[in-house]
Design a binder for this molecule. Structure first.
Ligand SMILES: [Zn+2]
Length: 390
């Protein structure tokens, strides 16, 4: 049994070797020793173990006139996989990607709206194990799990509030960690969306200031400045949902009145329509009725679009961004909503600021948040299985 300090040192050396091979594919053991300043015997012994756990691969040995030629080493990104889950009140988006961030599985799963932490963690666990099994990936190769969840606001929301997902996500994370034996990383939907969009190079290089607005169970925004998230004090920036719209909206869980949150969150829209149209149980129902000419549902969607656009136009006037992306909820993709959003933004934002601003309504990448969560998990994933006996 090696001493703890010896094991630590060997682990650090192993990570250094992995990083060197990742950066220099087909590198020989001798060159790894040179590049890492480690003894050749140490490198050889650790490399043998890393090959044993599948993190490194050899490209084959060659016999030359001078004897055995060095074997090229490469990193195996499929030695381990990370899962990313975006949790909304009515659905899970799931992505499983390898250590290079390449997505192997992407899917959307509808879930019942009333799940407690135990049921939600079971549902997420089942979704991950089913996806791994269908892709023939052994569960042992699951590294970490990233969860994209609604960001916290300053005050705790009362559970009676209809716009609240009454879930303790720390409890979900703890339960998942216990059942799947891997680390769980929590972050907000928007941060994860931004990570994925940056990773997939969906955002134009010339756009230095990008505002992302996410509707859904609640309404939030994120600001990307030169590719970096602006998080504000105590990471509280982006509460666009709590901008008050004059003359509209109701009592908000934040304590204020007339917040966009009470007009344009999915659940506020559904609650408003359900009060007068009892067949309405979901946002899909609202959009279906609106398309069939139901005036209540049409008016509610229009009001929601106005409220959301009011916040977006306010943010545009304040920030003069190069680009604005409005996404998250399927209601922003509805044709009536899109038209209203565009009209209101154009009427409320200053024309000279709007002129240089590209506005994208809806997203062509519905799995972006889940992919971002998976990439976040990859970024913190300790590549080596522990306790390391290397
Ligand atoms: Zn509020």
């Amino acid at each position: 049994m090696p001493s703890p300090s010896f094991a630590d040192m060997r682990r650090r050396n192993a990570l250094k070797i992995v990083a060197t091979v990742r950066g220099t594919p087909q590198v020989s053991r001798a060159d790894v020793a040179r590049l890492t300043n480690l003894a050749r015997a140490t490198v050889s012994s650790i490399v043998d173990d890393l090959i044993g756990i599948g993190l490194l691969m050899e490209s084959g040995s060659k016999q030359s006139a001078k004897g055995r030629r060095p074997i090229g080493l490469t990193f195996n990104p499929e030695a381990s996989f990370c899962a990313g889950i975006s949790v909304e009140y009515n659905r899970l988006d799931l992505v499983i990607c390898d250590l290079d961030g390449v997505s192997h599985i992407e899917r959307r799963i509808c879930i019942p709206t009333v799940l407690d932490a135990g049921a939600l963690s079971d549902t997420i666990g089942d979704a991950i194990t089913t996806a791994l099994s269908e892709a023939n990936i052994a569960q042992l190769r699951l590294g970490s799990i990233g969860l994209a969840i609604p960001p916290r606001v300053g005050s705790e929301r009362p559970t009676a509030d209809p716009s609240f997902i009454p879930i303790d996500f720390m409890e979900v994370a703890n339960r998942l960690q216990a059942s799947l034996s891997c680390e769980i990383v929590l972050d907000s939907h928007l941060n994860m969306f931004a990570i994925a969009q940056t990773h997939r190079k969906c955002l134009p290089d010339e756009a230095e200031t990008i505002l992302i607005v996410r509707a859904g169970s609640s309404v939030h925004s994120a600001l990307l400045l030169k590719g970096k998230l602006f998080e504000g004090r105590e990471r509280r920036a982006g509460q666009i949902g709590h901008i008050k719209v004059p003359g509209l909206g109701g009592q908000c869980y934040c304590g204020g009145n007339g917040c966009i949150e009470t007009i344009a969150s999915d659940l506020a829209i559904v609650a408003s329509c359900a009060a007068s149209q009892q067949d309405v149980r979901s946002l899909d129902d609202v959009m279906h009725y609106a398309s069939s000419g139901d005036q209540t549902c049409e008016a509610t969607l229009k009001k929601a679009a106005y409220g959301l656009a009011f916040g977006v136009a306010t943010a545009i006037n304040l920030l003069a961004p190069d680009m604005v992306i409005v996404a998250g909820s399927s209601f922003v993709d509805h044709h009536q909503t899109r038209a209203e959003l565009t009209n209101v933004i154009e009427s409320l934002a200053l024309p000279e600021i709007l002129q240089g601003c590209q506005i994208v309504i809806g997203t062509s990448d519905p799995q972006a948040e889940a992919l971002g969560a998976a990439l976040n998990a990859v970024a913190i994933h300790d590549l080596l299985p522990g306790p390391l006996s290397l």
